[in-house]
Design a protein around this ligand. Sequence first.
Ligand code: PHE
Length: 335
Amino acid sequence: EQYKQEMQAFEAHTPDLVEAFRIKYLGTKGLVKTVMGEMKNVPVEQKKAFGQVLNEFKEFAEQRYALLKEHAGEQTDTGTSAKDITLPGDLFPVGTRHPLNLVKNQIISIFRRLGFAVAEGPEIEDDWHNFGAMNLPEDHPARDMQDTFYINQNPDWLLRTHTSSVQARVMENQKPPIRVICPGRVYRNETISARAHCFFHQVEGLYIDENVSFADLKQTLYFFVQEMFGQHVKVRFRPSYFPFTEPSAEMDISCQICGGEGCNICKHTGWVEILGSGMVHPKVLENFGIDSTKYTGFAFGMGVERITQLKYQVNDLRLYSQNDVRFLKQFTGVI
Ligand code: PHE
């Protein structure tokens, strides 16, 4: 019984200690063998009873050994363990920010500094917010400019074709002064290629207050491109047409920015279009009960993919949605 207690108390956390246990109790010169050797000194009439006790003792020792062997190594990092816990751990692979998110965040932070707040709206829109309120009545030819995805169940539902729909949602809920930017995904039914996709991203801007002028629009956008691309970037405004702004202009950026060569969006004119803009059409203001004799405003909508392409020399739009890690990994460490 005394030896049994001793064995019970024997702690063996490592294979070495388990082996020490084996040698001490079960080895050729171990305790079990030694006690067995006493058999010859036992009187004949007690041999049977003594044998039983011995067998039981041997079994106990073997079971204990098996148990120690099974658990050895489970707690190796305690006490006499040989593990070096100061070694650096294995690197856990972490993801990277998607380039479109990087650029979207940069755009947001630039406009935040000018006092713009972020507003969002739904991607599934109704005809009114996407078109009607933006001064595109039902049979307006400009609707064809944007190939719309309609949702079958309800002809009034569609996937928004531009973030201008968020302008409508903001004007519906806020009174001037209004100063918001609206980042989001938009959809157009276009054949997918290096230069077009059926969805892309825009950041819309809307500023409505008393005495907002076209000069404010230009200055705001100049500030934006300089913050985004540097002080020396060249831009130009080109007269354009949008039903929801009057006058309207598109802003182009000089191809120097993308190094010209290897860029497939310059169309060899030396300029790349990056946004549409203009003074909010009085009709749009009136649609939301905003007095157009008191208030004026400007709005703009820029393509996030386009800006990202220029910033990081990405020349195929499809890369943004293929999620190829070889592409995504290149943005490691960019914050
Ligand atoms: N919604 C226009 C487009 O998607 C861009 C735009 C926004 C133009 C706001 C003027 C004012 O092309």
